[in-house]
Design a protein around this ligand. Structure first.
Ligand code: ADP
Ligand code: 5GP
Length: 226
């Protein structure tokens, strides 16, 4: 049975950067390439970051039941995970990494409760805005919509099994690896005490204090988890 790892984060937090690093260094980890109706950004290519399809094609896939989950993100575009990625991971005896939003994470957890979920946060709202601008691939209006969505998405952090603040990239890569590897070992009955201890540092009750100023920077609702 493949282990499923769900990673969610507000856009611009550095999730793709982190996921790419981890994919390079953790063997036996397949990545689900999502389908989306949004247009490619910068150097993105069809079949690499996403499968870019039309709304009509997306709706046909929904009708054929080809999605494990799908959602409308930013109220504009559809994004979905094809079932075949899970089937392939099972066949290859690999684990599967899903980079999906909060709505998708909820759907997967409802269907596959053993999935491990990880929420990635930026160090604060100002840094998130800077990262969105630094990427400089989105129009101002898109950046503003992503910042607004971020405040709403962040309210869901408590639903995740692990929470990671992506401050220094090298530390975040090591932390994410520790979470993936410790869960993998534990589930195969070969728990590693050292690795587990490192992963446990990213449980909500261990980092609640660190989260407070971050959530406050996103406003009242995010800070109260409402
Ligand atoms: P996401 O996939 O969450 O939308 P990206 O991985 O595209 O975000 O990262 C957004 C921008 O932030 C990129 O320019 C990336 O190089 C940068 N970035 C990612 N992680 C860090 C970090 N820990 N510190 C500083 N910049 C970062
Ligand atoms: P972006 O447009 O920045 O690549 O991604 C926007 C958001 O869509 C991110 O939060 C990302 O995790 C989410 N996303 C990407 N693929 C999927 C998917 O297959 N399903 C769901 N529900 N969300 C996805």
């Amino acid at each position: 049975m493949a282990n499923i790892f769900i990673i969610s984060a507000p856009s611009g937090s550095g999730k793709s950067t982190l996921v790419n690093e981890v994919r390079r260094s953790v063997p036996g980890l397949e990545f689900s390439i999502s389908y989306t109706t949004r247009k490619p950004r910068g150097s993105e290519r069809n079949g690499c970051e996403y499968f870019f399809i039309s709304r009509k094609e997306f709706e046909a896939m929904i009708r054929r039941g080809e999605f494990l989950e799908y959602a409308r993100v930013f109220e504009t575009d559809y994004y979905g995970t094809a079932r075949r990625f899970l089937e392939k991971a099972e066949k290859d005896s690999s684990d599967l990494l899903l980079d999906i939003d909060v709505q998708g994470a909820e759907q997967i957890k409802a269907k596959l409760p053993d999935a491990v979920s990880i929420f990635i946060l930026p160090p604060n709202r100002g840094e998130l805005e800077q990262r969105l601008r630094k990427r400089s691939q989105d129009a101002e209006e898109v950046i503003q919509r992503r910042l607004e969505t971020a405040s709403r998405e962040i309210e869901n952090y408590e639903k995740y099994d692990y929470i990671l603040v992506n401050d220094r990239l090298e530390d975040s890569v090591e932390a994410l690896k520790a979470i993936l590897l410790s869960e993998r070992l534990r589930r195969s009955g070969r728990a590693d005490a050292n690795l587990s201890a490192r992963a446990e540092m990213f449980r909500l009750d261990r980092i609640r204090e660190r989260l407070r100023p971050i959530l406050e920077s996103f406003g009242e609702a995010a800070a109260s988890g409402k």
